[in-house]
Design a protein around this ligand. Structure first.
Ligand code: 13P
Length: 252
C-alpha cells in the first residue's frame, strides 16, 4: 500500500519567528485534522535543528530538507551532508528541484550521487523532475522526463528506488497559478510508473510514491489526488498558508 503524501516546500521564505509560528499552527491542525496523509514540512536548512526539537514529541508532521550534498563530511564549505541531516532526525530530502537544476546547474550525475547518499542514511529522497514550457510545446516532454529519471535513478537497485518519492513538477506550472490539468498530470505519472515497472518490476512500480507539484492548491488538490497514479503533492506557495496547506492535506 502506497503512502499518501503532502509535502510543503517553503523554499527561501519566512524569517525564524514566522517559520516557527507556521510550524506550530501546522502541527496543531495536523493533530486535529482527519487526514491519513504523511505531512512533511521542508523549511530552509537553517531552521532544521530547531524544528527537529519542536517535532520530536509528535508524529503528525515529518521533517524534510530542501537539498543536500552527496559526501558524508569534509572540506565542502556551505554544504550539508545526509549524515548531518540524519543526526537531526530528518526523514526526507528534496533533490533536483528545477530551481536548483536551473540556477545551480545540478546535473543528472550529481543527482544520482545525492539520491544514493541519502538512501545510505535512510533518508527518503523527494526527486523532482519536469519539463519547461518549450519542451511541452515541442511535444518532447515524455522523453525529457524519462531521461531525467533514467539518468539519475536507474543505477539504483529495485529496493532502493522503491524508497524514492518522485515529484513531477512541470516548470511551467511552478509558481504561475497555471496548474497541470488532472489529465495532463495523470498522463505523466502513469508513464513514470509504467517505466519503473519495465525496469524494476511490477511490485516496485506499485510501491513507489509519485506526487505532483506546480500551483497545487486547495481548489485543485482533490481532483489531482484522485488520479490513479498521483499519491499526493509537493506544495510551494500554498504551503506557506496554514489553512490552505491543511485543506490540501485533507484532500484525499
Ligand atoms: P508552487 O506550488 O508555488 O507552484 O511551487 C511548487 C514547487 O516548486 C514545489 O516544490
Amino acid at each position: 500500500m502506497r503512502k499518501k503524501i503532502v509535502a510543503g516546500n517553503w523554499k527561501m521564505n519566512l524569517n525564524y519567528e514566522e517559520a516557527k509560528l507556521l510550524l506550530n499552527t501546522l502541527i496543531n491542525s495536523a493533530k486535529s485534522g482527519n487526514t491519513n496523509a504523511e505531512i512533511i514540512v521542508c523549511p530552509p536548512a537553517i531552521y532544521l535543528a530547531a524544528f527537529s526539537d519542536i517535532l520530536k514529541s509528535q508524529s503528525a508532521v515529518k521533517l524534510g530538507a530542501q537539498n543536500c550534498f552527496h559526501q558524508d563530511s569534509g572540506a565542502y564549505t556551505g554544504e550539508i551532508s545526509p549524515s548531518q541531516l540524519k543526526s537531526l532526525g530528518v526523514n526526507y530530502c528534496i533533490i533536483g528541484h528545477s530551481e536548483r537544476r536551473e540556477q545551480f546547474n545540478e546535473s543528472y550525475d550529481l543527482l544520482a550521487k545525492k539520491a544514493k547518499a541519502l538512501l545510505k542514511h535512510q533518508i527518503q529522497p523527494i526527486f523532482c523532475c519536469g519539463e519547461q514550457l518549450e519542451v511541452r510545446s515541442n511535444n518532447v516532454y515524455k522523453e525529457f522526463i524519462m531521461k531525467q529519471i533514467e539518468d539519475s535513478l536507474f543505477t539504483l537497485k529495485a529496493e532502493e528506488i522503491a524508497q524514492v518519492i518522485i515529484a513531477y513538477e512541470p516548470i511551467w506550472a511552478i509558481g504561475t497559478g497555471k496548474t497541470a490539468t488532472a489529465v495532463q498530470a495523470q498522463e505523466v505519472h502513469g508513464l513514470i510508473r509504467a517505466r519503473i515497472a519495465k525496469q524494476f518490476g511490477d511490485k516496485t512500480a506499485a510501491d513507489i510514491n509519485l506526487i505532483y507539484g506546480g500551483s497545487c492548491k486547495s481548489d485543485n488538490a482533490k481532483e489531482l489526488f484522485s488520479q490513479t497514479d498521483i499519491d499526493g503533492g509537493l506544495i510551494g506557495g500554498a504551503s506557506l498558508d496554514a489553512a490552505e496547506f491543511s485543506h490540501i492535506s485533507n484532500s484525499f
